[in-house]
Design a protein around this ligand. Structure first.
Ligand code: CAA
Length: 254
């Protein structure tokens, strides 16, 4: 049985479900490899306009697979295939949503931080408990968590290993929205479907521009944003025409 269940894209939305329930969907090197392959294929498939990642009712993911960690030698964290998989997730150009029920810990929380939106059900618990095994959030958590929720709260989570619930995650800006237990996937798919109605080119540009915030100084990213504004697309013409003709736009992604 595969560790990642991949749906057929429906209404432009591809659902990827982590499927290692006995290991609380821990992100083994194998599972990360499957995510990488699925996202590579989704990037090049025009029928996929958004991707929703989920786990099961107990866990979104309990993080890196602790049982793969060697007790000496080169840390498994630095393993090439792992790093390439994380890079693929980080660079995925289409909307990526997380639907979280249960635990999103360690690398599972870091995976959420790479998603564009995080829908958290009332059962969700987010945390960076690496400190409890004498480690730290090394898949981007030390950098992205403070940017998401602020330094003080991020340090509290990382230094104590304590978890937060869905309400707190939504208040702190880690989760986009809180929903009742069992509803995270349906809600994330609804949002993803809404996004598929928009121009895929414009959606891609929004993601690219927003992500520049993390990598570039403000004056540089503002000037790139201005240059991107000069782009003209058929979708933009169609959006304006549909507005003036009072009809629904039909975007072709050109
Ligand atoms: N890796 C490997 N196996 C894991 C795992 C993980 N991260 N998390 C849980 N499992 C396994 C358990 O070992 C157990 O397996 P067995 O049945 O073979 O004993 C099974 O999943 C069920 O786990 P529990 O019995 O503990 O289930 P629970 O519901 O009582 O608790 C939990 C769930 C709170 C997630 C708890 O399992 C836990 O604390 N897991 C560890 C979480 C963690 O420390 N994550 C950080 C990993 S390090 C990381 O991610 C590094 C990084 O950023 C670079």
């Amino acid at each position: 049985m595969t560790d990642l269940l991949i749906s057929r894209p429906e209404d432009g939305v591809l659902a990827l479900r982590l499927n290692r329930p006995k290991a609380r969907n821990a992100l083994s090197i194998g599972l990360l490899g499957e995510i990488r392959a699925a996202l590579d294929a989704a990037r090049d498939d025009d029928s996929v306009r958004a991707v929703v990642l989920s786990g099961d009712e107990t866990a979104f993911s309990a993080g890196a697979d602790i049982k793969e960690m060697p007790s000496g030698g080169i840390p498994m964290w630095g393993q090439r295939d792992r790093l390439l998989a994380w890079k693929t997730i980080e660079r995925f150009p289409k909307p990526l949503l997380a639907a979280v029920e249960g635990f999103a810990l360690g690398g599972g929380c870091e995976l959420c931080l790479l998603c564009d939106m995080v829908i958290a059900s009332d059962t969700a618990r987010f945390g960076q408990p690496e400190i409890r095994i004498g480690a730290f959030p090394g898949d981007g958590g030390t950098q992205r968590l403070p940017r998401a929720i602020g330094k003080s709260r991020a340090l509290w989570m990382m230094m104590t290993g304590n978890t937060i619930d869905a309400r707190t995650a939504a208040e702190w800006g880690l989760a986009t929205e809180r929903v009742p237990a069992g509803r995270a996937l349906a809600r994330a798919v609804d949002i993803a479907r809404d996004i598929t109605q928009m121009s895929p080119i414009a959606i891609g540009m929004i993601k690219e521009e927003v992500l520049m915030t993390y990598g570039k100084p403000l004056d540089e990213s503002l000037s790139l944003e201005r240059k991107l504004l000069l782009w003209q697309t058929e979708d933009h013409d169609e959006g304006i025409a549909a507005f003036t003709e009072k009809r629904k736009p039909v975007y072709k992604g050109r």
